[in-house]
Design a protein around this ligand. Structure first.
Ligand SMILES: [Zn+2]
Length: 448
C-alpha cells in the first residue's frame, strides 16, 4: 500500500469481496469525489467518513453499462420514461444507459432533437445517461453536428423500424453515412435484418410462436449482416451489429474480425436465456425482432461469446404499453422485450449452469459495453474510474414478479421465473441510488 493511501481520509471506503480486472479478492476501495481513489488489499485500514462492510455473501461489481435502451421519452412516455427506466436500471445494477434514438418523438436525428431529449432526461435520471443519434434517409449533414454534441454513434435500420418517423436507411445511404462517420471515427450501429428476405418469408400470424419465427428467418439476419460487413470493409468505418440472434452469422463475423474489419457485435439476455420451443401460445411478451430462436441456436450464441466473436450483452429494453404488447397475436403485438432490471440475474443464472464465471459475465455486461461507447471511467473497478458499483449476492435466488419491477408497464416474459443472483444495492459516483433523488448525469462522448 502507498503511504498516501494510508494517510488519506476518503469520502467512502467499501470493504469486502471485490471483482476487479485482477479477479475476485477481499479488498478495500477508497472513494473520493465520486471516483475510485484507492484499491487496496483487505486489511489496509483505509480511513473514511463512511465505511461500508459488505456482507459475507455479497460481491462488489463495477456498475453495468447498458448501451441499448429505448426510453421512448418524450413522445411515447406512456411506453417508458427516464424516471422509470433509470430506476429499473439502478435496481438491476446498471449505472449507465445509452438511450436509442427512436420511439421517442422527435427521434434523435438532429441536434434540436438531442437538446429536447437532454432537457427532458436531465432532471429525471437516476443513473448516468448517454445518447445515440439516428441515421435516417436525408440526414447525413446532421451526423457531424450530433457527433460534436456528444452522441456515442448512430443507429440505422435496414428495414422498417416499427415507427414511421424513423425510416430505414437504404444500403447506398448506409455506405455514404459510413464514409461520413469514418471521417470523425464514430460508429454506425445497425439493426441488420434484410427486408427482401423477410418479404419472401411466410407472413402468417396468430397466437402461435412458430408462425412469427418463420416470418423472420435467420437468413434475413445473415443477409443483412453480410451487407453491413461488406460496407464496413469497403469504407473502413466502425460498425456494430445490434441484438444478434442468428448463430449462423457467427462464422462470417469471426472471419471479418480476423480480416481487420472494424466490427463489434452485441446480443441480449432474451436470446441467451429463452428458447423458441418454450414460448407458450399467445405469449407476446416474448415478441422481439430479430426473434428468439431455438435452443441449439442459443447454445451457439454462448459459444460466440466465449470465443470472443460476440463482444457484449445489453438489454435492448424496448417496452410499449401493456395494451399494445399483450395482444396475444404475434402479428399485431409490439416487438420488444423489457429486461433492463433483470439482465445481470438472467445472464448469471444461465452462465453458472454452463460453468461460466461471473468475471466473464461482468466483462460482457460492464467493461465491454463501456469500451464500445468509449466510456473509459465506466465498467471497471480501478483507480481513476467512477465509483459506480453493484452490490451483488450471487447465490441468492428470487422469483420475478412483474408488478414489482421498476419499468413502467408491467409486462415481462420473465414473470414467475426463478433466477439466481440478487442486486442488493447500486452506487453511482460514490452514493447509493435511492430512487428518490435523481443524481444521474448526462454523458457526452469522451466525457467519462
Ligand atoms: Zn433496440
Amino acid at each position: 500500500m502507498t503511504e498516501s493511501a494510508a494517510a488519506r481520509r476518503y469520502d467512502l471506503v467499501v470493504r469486502g469481496r471485490v471483482l476487479t480486472a485482477e479477479g475476485e479478492a477481499p479488498r478495500e476501495i477508497g472513494v473520493t469525489d465520486g471516483r475510485i481513489a484507492a484499491v487496496e488489499a483487505s486489511g489496509a485500514g483505509l480511513d473514511a467518513e463512511r465505511i461500508v462492510d459488505l456482507a459475507d455473501d455479497e460481491l462488489l461489481l463495477p456498475g453495468l453499462v447498458d448501451s441499448h435502451v429505448h426510453v421512448n421519452e418524450p413522445g411515447r412516455t406512456e411506453w417508458e420514461g427516464f424516471a422509470s427506466a433509470t430506476r429499473a436500471a439502478a435496481a438491476g445494477g446498471v449505472t449507465t444507459i445509452v438511450d436509442m434514438p427512436l420511439n421517442s418523438i422527435p427521434p434523435t436525428v438532429n441536434v434540436d432533437a438531442l437538446d429536447i431529449k437532454r432537457e427532458v432526461a436531465g432532471p429525471q435520471a437516476h443513473v448516468d445517461v448517454g445518447f445515440w443519434g439516428g441515421a435516417v434517409p436525408g440526414n447525413t449533414a446532421d451526423l457531424r453536428p450530433l457527433h460534436d454534441e456528444g452522441v456515442f454513434g448512430f443507429k440505422c435500420f435496414l428495414l422498417p423500424s416499427g415507427v414511421d418517423e424513423f425510416p430505414p436507411l437504404p444500403l447506398d445511404e448506409i455506405e455514404q453515412d459510413m464514409r461520413e462517420i469514418a471521417a470523425f471515427d464514430s460508429l454506425l450501429i445497425v439493426h441488420a435484418e434484410d427486408p427482401q428476405t423477410i418479404e419472401t418469408a411466410p407472413q402468417t400470424f396468430g397466437p402461435g410462436y412458430s408462425g412469427f419465427l418463420a416470418s423472420r428467418p435467420r437468413d434475413a439476419e445473415n443477409t443483412g449482416i453480410a451487407a453491413v460487413i461488406e460496407r464496413a470493409r469497403r469504407t473502413g468505418a466502425r460498425a456494430h451489429i445490434l441484438h444478434l440472434s442468428s448463430s449462423d452469422a457467427l462464422p462470417m463475423i469471426a472471419e471479418a474480425k480476423r480480416d481487420g474489419v472494424r466490427l463489434t457485435v452485441e446480443t441480449c439476455p432474451h436470446y441467451l436465456s429463452l428458447a423458441a420451443e418454450e414460448i407458450p401460445d399467445g405469449a407476446t411478451a416474448y415478441k422481439c425482432c430479430p426473434p428468439i430462436r431455438e435452443q441449439a441456436n442459443r447454445d451457439l450464441l454462448w459459444h460466440g461469446l466465449l470465443d470472443g466473436t460476440i463482444d457484449c450483452i445489453v438489454s435492448d429494453h424496448s417496452p410499449s404499453t401493456a395494451e399494445l404488447k399483450s395482444t396475444g397475436d404475434f402479428g399485431t403485438a409490439w416487438g420488444g422485450v423489457s429486461s433492463l432490471q433483470l439482465g445481470l440475474s438472467l445472464i448469471w443464472s444461465e452462465a453458472r449452469e454452463r460453468g461460466i464465471s461471473l468475471e466473464r459475465v461482468v466483462e460482457w455486461m460492464s467493461s465491454a459495453p463501456a469500451n464500445l461507447v468509449g466510456l473509459q471511467r465506466k465498467g471497471h473497478v480501478e483507480v481513476g474510474a467512477d465509483a459506480d458499483f453493484a452490490v451483488f449476492a450471487p447465490e441468492e435466488e428470487f422469483t420475478v414478479e412483474v408488478a414489482s419491477l421498476r419499468h413502467k408497464n408491467p409486462v415481462s416474459p420473465y414473470d414467475g421465473k426463478t433466477l439466481t443472483g440478487v442486486v442488493r444495492r447500486t452506487v453511482l459516483r460514490g452514493l447509493e441510488v435511492d430512487g428518490e433523488t435523481p443524481r444521474g448525469e448526462l454523458l457526452r462522448r469522451g466525457d467519462a
